[in-house]
Design a protein around this ligand. Structure first.
Ligand code: FES
Length: 320
């Protein structure tokens, strides 16, 4: 895992929607924060709540702060609740340098952005950049209702400033977002780049609809795991370097068990999204539950994400 050693302090917090809170993270040392590619994220270390990853919505004009938007996840592991309930103006946190591969490709042809819910956050800086460079872009953005759509006013302003913005609400007030037809309408534009960030089902539909396109023109990021974590348990994990063996009981992931055992293992999102916990598999069959590896990589059975995936065999031997 990258180091999480940039000290920041919460300068401001404001309610964006009933479920989304925005936090302005300012440099605790008064230094400019690193620049970032549109779409990048940072890991945020927050006391006892652990580490979570959040997309950077923007950096302030004087480069001294970042804006992140955090949706309260009732089913999450407590990180978003900690930020909503415990983090105040003045709370100190540590963050990593900006990173991530879901970033805007600076090219002259159409950029088509598809967002579901809080998935708008990495796309906003991409849109701002495309707009600043005068590049063509369009946004298709779905949310539960106008009140629950994060950054709706900003998006509407971007539309008024010349962008093509299509908003969809699942409360029945607009037609639902049809991801397949959005992709189809760009079939004649082979050089257009398509970006999608949203829940697993939306990303799956987007990928299925885009399967015929050149792979380098299709970009996705999920904000949650596509599948349930492998917590069925009932198998052994052997760490080849230390020689230790650990039983994974029902209700736990491999990562849970290794952390409890005091093993020094890297991780970040804990949901099979970021790849920070990637571990080489030396023996045994993996039950892959991530949305990180390609099908070929999964079939190779040589690597796995220990935060979400489990075992189909009685024992897994890991290069740890
Ligand atoms: S910690 Fe992010 S994929 Fe495992």
């Amino acid at each position: 895992m990258d180091e999480i050693n940039l000290p920041v302090v919460i300068r401001d917090r404001r309610v964006e929607t009933p479920e989304v809170m925005c936090f302005e993270l300012g440099s605790a040392e008064g230094r400019p924060l690193p620049d970032f590619l549109p779409g990048a994220y940072v890991d945020v270390r927050m006391g006892s709540a652990g580490i979570r990853s959040y997309s950077l919505v923007r950096r302030s004009g004087d480069r001294s702060s970042y804006l992140i938007a955090v949706k309260r996840e009732a089913e999450g592991r407590g990180g978003s609740s900690w930020l909503h309930d415990k983090a105040e103006v003045g709370t100190a946190l540590s963050i990593s340098a900006p990173k991530g591969s879901f970033t805007w490709v600076e090219q002259p042809s159409m950029s088509c952005f598809v967002a579901g819910g809080i998935g708008i956050t990495p796309l906003l800086p991409m849109i701002e950049r495309a707009k600043a460079l005068g590049r063509p872009w369009q946004l298709h953005y779905a949310a539960a209702s106008p009140e629950r759509m994060a950054f709706r006013e900003q998006v509407e302003r971007l539309g008024e400033a010349g962008g093509q913005v299509y908003l969809h609400f699942s409360d029945g007030s607009t037609p639902r977002l049809d991801v397949a037809s959005v992709v189809r309408r760009l079939d004649a534009s082979a050089d257009a780049h398509l970006y999608c960030c949203g829940p697993g089902r939306m990303v799956d539909a987007f990928l299925a609809a885009s399967a015929h396109r050149a792979a380098h023109t299709v970009h996705v990021e999920r904000f949650g795991a596509g599948q349930a974590l492998a917590t069925e348990g009932g198998y052994q994990v052997e760490l080849a370097r230390s020689g230790s063996r650990h039983f994974v009981p029902p209700g736990k992931t491999i990562l849970d068990v290794l952390i409890e055992a005091g093993a020094d293992v890297p991780y970040s999102c804990g949901q099979g999204v970021c790849g920070a916990c990637q571990t080489r598999v030396l023996h045994g069959d993996v039950d892959h539950r991530d949305c990180f590896f390609t099908e070929e990589e999964k079939a190779s059975n040589s690597t796995m994400l220990i935060c979400c995936s489990g075992a189909c065999s009685d024992t897994l031997v890991l290069d740890l």
